[in-house]
Design a protein around this ligand. Sequence first.
Ligand code: IPE
Ligand code: MG
Length: 227
Amino acid sequence: MDGNGRWAKQKGFIRAIGHENGTKSVRETVETCAELGIENLTLYAFSTENWNRPKLEVDTLMKLLVSSLKKEIKTLQNNNIKLNAIGNLNSLPKKVFKELHEVITKTQDNTRMTLTLALSYGSREELISVVKEISNKVKNNIISLENIDESVINKHLYTQNLPDVDLLIRTSGEQRISNFLLWQIAYAELYFTDVLWPDFTKQHLYDAITDYQKRERRFGKTSEQLS
Ligand code: IPE
Ligand code: MG
């Protein structure tokens, strides 16, 4: 979800207004995905690198997160959506952690879609934690070195209960991954759009999905093998 700051700047507003308007796109995207029968949606809301932004902006984003969680619990319940979070959640301010935990608990039995928020998330940090956990298990003879395979790695990632990414959408014209789900996007289809996140609507999401539907996902095989 990129481009909140530029959206605000273009309109002569402070960056916080861009973030505030970005929450509308979040609601619309979440509801549309649920309507479409998408079972998993992951939103990159705050990266480990975002902590390096000016304190005022970080504080604004954290406050917005708490108020959005309080406000949107209704949307989640009405749409039967389960909230999940990935990232270094212990580094979040106590208030955010508490609210997040509360909404996760309240929505845990919802079944239509899982909405995962990547918060204080960085893929490299995630992979470091995987290496540490697995090394520790090897050291304590819980796993043998020979048995480390893709499924062992998968089980130790923050995304352990989620499938691989099918479609990754980045808004605002930037064409890079920025430390997001590096392992999990190995075979994802990438979609970049110039639309700034606060302008991203249901129609833009449909456009991305229509584009995705035209892709041939070969997973290393030949086209002939697929048909
Ligand atoms: C995305 O918008 C929101 C977060 C990263 C939290 P940006 O804040 O990155 O907006 P730009 O890139 O400055 O336009
Ligand atoms: Mg940005």
